[in-house]
Design a protein around this ligand. Structure first.
Ligand code: 3H9
Length: 700
């Protein structure tokens, strides 16, 4: 018989002498203030209730508890806090057992660790992913987890944010049992069995012995891997430091770090990205539109990009037909694919048997007729309009009437490519980023006539490949490359005005980018952009400010790292300033008569963020991106921006759109054509609005 005692964020249901506390806070039982307060109230009440011998905590709906309510972060904390709820549960003299299904993450895992035992469903996941949000566990995780499991594993888990599946959690000792039947019933049985027994309170349990040298190495490795992100190193160190600390000190250390980190720029950026990723899944144009069934996919062209796309497809379970123009190119393509799989095998991501099974789903041909059975054909041939149009004309005549044609062009007008197909409504852009089997970004490009179910299919295929599809309009360069062009131009302008390539690179590296723009250009080679500039030269607007320095470098054969010289010279692979480049820049600057001055890193960063955000705002003005946060995701997932920087639009918000607008106006005054501030930027700055990365989370 059960007796429902109260309703709220947590419901108490008495089943005989066991109180079952069920958290009911959709969608994922985030540990909001109401949940924390209710949990404490119920535990205190049941402790005083003579009819109750023990308790179980469970969650209703999809999860046990998904963690603290991320929407509360960055705002003043509301008592009671998670650590207080955890201490009160742990202190209960009546056994409390967690019955976990779905996920127990962050504060949810900490509440579970405060219980005296844990029973999980076979599909449950547990973890402390706080570092991925720029913080560390603040509800006792830094000192309870290393007392539940091997402390070295605890350092690793907390420092990486790793989620453990039920079997792993059982093996580690993080949970006590995997339920074979109803998890609440089994947790109730375990709670009853604990009545009258000494209760395991992890916060006061002794920590296991640890190899100090290995622990310190592990903390250092976690710090290094985080590449500028603070939270993983801080979290790992806190776990290590807390191992031998008295509870009060451990508790104080955790609280200090948790409440400091939550107000950092990095944490604000990571929260922004968390919500941006969920928002990006909402594409109004295809809401409720069914995707077409796709089983067999053709890939036209098997160069670097085509091979990466083919591997991504076959790895995701599609049957793949690769067509190259001749036997020799097909053999070279097959070798590229084999090399990508070799790498996956060598790194342990793929075993030989799976590889063989995947390759059995891949066919190579030199005749486009092989595309006949395809549901989707993705072209990754040379980025030339005529080549792509000819291909779509031919393929249109071969494939079924419902087959989708996708172009992987990075710059060409998808409408012009679509016009060559028999049915332009079936043409869509799927712009992958190299290496296509690794990079998470997929720009799904909506040409003027693309039908909504074709768009929905491209998005669905992208998701099945494990990519993050971002909808983009069919403009020059789409979202990413269009902003990249504005970024690069602004960097080159600064050279003419007195900055050096190293100063620009170092300014962006100190902001957090792994590499500055000139170092990146040297790495990828200066010749591709040079060829493009030459191609576009006849149609270039003569009013545009044009920097000829990179052309001069290319004419001298300085094509970047591959020639050991570009923006820098390379000695044993290390970049060094080159007086030759300085002289070229000086000569170009002299000819242009721009006033020259020394640039500070802050000035360089402001100019670059303003150029990027202004272009981003124009993209939004023109409806080429759905939202500013999608632009941030493009930069994070396709252009190497670290998540903890939040992306260029987020950075613009943090600087303040007033300052960004002032800078955009200065660009227009100085650089003229092409730099008009976006009307959207003007409107938002004048109204004091932001793109969405509001200034929460940073203490004034
Ligand atoms: C923490 O706990 C700190 C502690 O140490 C205490 C310190 C004091 N809060 O992802 P989905 C929303 S840090 C608020 O699409 P799924 C999400 O925005 C926290 N909202 O579903 C979405 O809303 P909407 C540690 C949250 O099934 C909806 O729920 N915890 C939270 O693919 C569905 O989410 C984490 O880092 C939250 N905590 O995945 C876990 N979680 O529909 C973060 C979700 O309006 N969460 N929402 O867009 C996740 O990993 C996944 O959301 C989860 C579900 C696996 C739970």
């Amino acid at each position: 018989m059960s007796d429902q005692v109260s309703a709220g964020a947590v419901t108490r249901e008495d089943r005989g002498d066991v109180a079952v506390l069920v958290i009911d806070h959709p969608p994922v039982n985030a540990l909001s203030q109401a949940v924390r307060a209710d949990l404490i109230r119920h535990v205190l009440e049941l402790g005083a209730d003579p009819a109750i011998a023990c308790a179980v905590i469970a969650g209703r709906g999809r999860a046990f508890i998904a963690g603290a309510d991320i929407r509360e972060f960055g705002k003043p904390p509301f008592a009671p806090l998670t650590y207080e709820a955890a201490f009160i549960i742990e202190a209960s003299h009546k056994p409390v057992v967690a019955a976990i299904h779905g996920v127990a993450l962050g504060g949810g895992c900490e509440i579970a660790l405060a219980c005296h035992a844990r029973v999980v469903t076979p599909d449950a996941r547990l973890g402390l992913p706080e570092v991925t949000l720029g913080i560390l566990p603040g509800g006792g995780g830094t000192f309870r987890l290393p007392r539940a499991i091997d402390p070295l594993v605890a350092i690793e888990m907390i420092g990486s944010g790793h989620h453990a599946r039920a079997d792993e959690a059982l093996r580690l000792g993080l949970v006590d049992a995997i339920a074979t039947g109803d998890v609440i019933e089994e947790a109730m049985a375990m709670a009853r069995a604990l009545v009258g027994q000494p209760l395991r309170r992890l916060s006061s349990a002794p920590a296991r012995e640890i190899d100090d040298a290995r622990a310190r190495e592990l903390v250092a490795a976690i710090e290094k891997k985080a590449r500028g992100q603070m939270s993983p190193g801080e979290a790992a160190r806190a776990v290590y430091d807390n191992l031998r600390a008295p509870l009060a000190d451990a508790q104080a250390r955790e609280r200090e770090a948790a409440s400091r980190l939550v107000y950092t720029e990095q944490a604000a950026a990571l929260r922004h990205v968390f919500f941006a990723e969920r928002e990006a899944a909402r594409i109004p144009l295809i809401e409720g539109v069914a995707a077409r069934k796709v089983e067999t996919v053709g890939v036209a062209g098997c160069g670097t990009m085509g091979a990466g796309i083919a591997v991504a497809l076959v790895d995701a379970g599609y049957a793949v037909i690769v067509v190259e123009r001749d036997e020799q190119s097909a053999a070279a393509g097959a070798e590229r694919i084999a090399a990508l799989h070799d790498r996956a095998v060598a790194s342990g991501r793929l075993d030989e048997e799976t590889r063989r099974a995947r390759m059995a789903r891949m066919a190579f041909a030199t005749d486009k007729a092989a595309f006949a059975p395809c549901d989707l054909v993705i072209e990754a041939v040379f980025d030339d309009l005529e080549v792509k149009q000819a291909l779509f004309r031919d393929v249109s005549a071969i494939v079924r009437d419902d087959c989708i044609l996708a172009t992987n062009t990075s710059y060409l007008d998808p409408n012009a490519i679509a016009s060559a197909a028999r049915d332009p409504a079936r043409v869509v852009g799927m712009h992958f980023f190299s290496p296509a089997n690794i990079m998470r970004l997929l720009e799904v490009v909506h040409a003027n006539r693309t039908s909504s179910d074709v768009l929905a299919t491209a998005v669905a295929v992208g998701r099945k490949l494990g990519k993050l599809p971002i909808l983009a309009g069919g403009c020059e360069g789409f979202i990413g490359n269009r902003i990249l062009a504005a970024y690069r131009r602004q960097c080159e302008y600064m050279l003419e005005e007195g900055a050096t390539p190293r100063e620009v690179d170092e300014a962006m590296e100190s902001l957090g980018l792994p590499m500055g723009p000139f170092a990146v250009a040297d790495l990828s080679g200066l010749d591709i952009a040079w060829a493009r500039r030459k191609r576009l030269a006849p149609t270039r607007d003569p009013r545009e400010r044009y920097v000829a320095i990179p052309d001069t470098l290319c004419e001298m054969g300085r094509l970047g790292r591959k020639t050991n010289a570009g923006w820098y010279r390379y000695v044993d692979g290390r970049r060094a300033d080159d007086p030759v480049v300085r002289d070229i820049i000086d000569a170009a600057a002299h000819a242009r008569e721009f006033p020259r001055h020394r640039f500070s890193a802050a000035e360089i960063q402001l100019r670059i963020i303003a150029a990027m955000a202004n272009e981003g705002a124009r993209i939004l003005d023109e409806g080429m991106a759905l939202r500013a946060s999608d632009i941030d995701l493009v930069y994070i997932n396709g252009y190497g921006w670290p998540r903890w920087l939040g992306g260029p639009m987020f950075q613009a918000d943090r600087i303040g759109l007033r300052a960004i607008l002032d800078e955009a106006r200065a660009m227009e005054a100085r650089d003229g054509h092409g730099w008009t501030p976006s009307p959207l930027l003007v409107r938002m700055a004048e109204r004091g609005e932001t793109f969405g990365g509001a200034r929460d989370g940073v203490r004034p």
